[in-house]
Design a protein. Sequence first.
Length: 143
Amino acid sequence: MSEFKRLNEKMLAAGQITADDVARAGDEGVCLIINNRPDDEVEGQPSGAQIEAAAGEQGIAYKAIPVSSAGFSLPQVDEMRAALDSTEGKVLAFCRSGTRSTILWALAEAKAGRDLDEVAREAEGAGYNTAPVRPTMEMLARG
């Protein structure tokens, strides 16, 4: 079972999840699962299609925005922002450890104009560090 780390009332981040985790997410009120992990990153990880199917069985929306080791792009930030804006409910984003998901969330929050210190505090409260992308957050916040 993957640990769901609470960033704020609406946002959770996690490492790789399984179908059992999807069921637990549904029990915890998650309405949207965002997959930030590319398929076949490591041998044996559940595929995006498997997670999407499990989400469908639970009535949870699913969105794939894979982030590879090449890093983040503006289209990914825009996709994340659109996904977050598509629901009023709780969102669970996952990758290998939750770091990429949290960083992408932080960038999307910055682009939406949220207070950057608050976003950083929320991430840090869940054990994630946004300091390496703070200059990018500042750039996105300026528009």
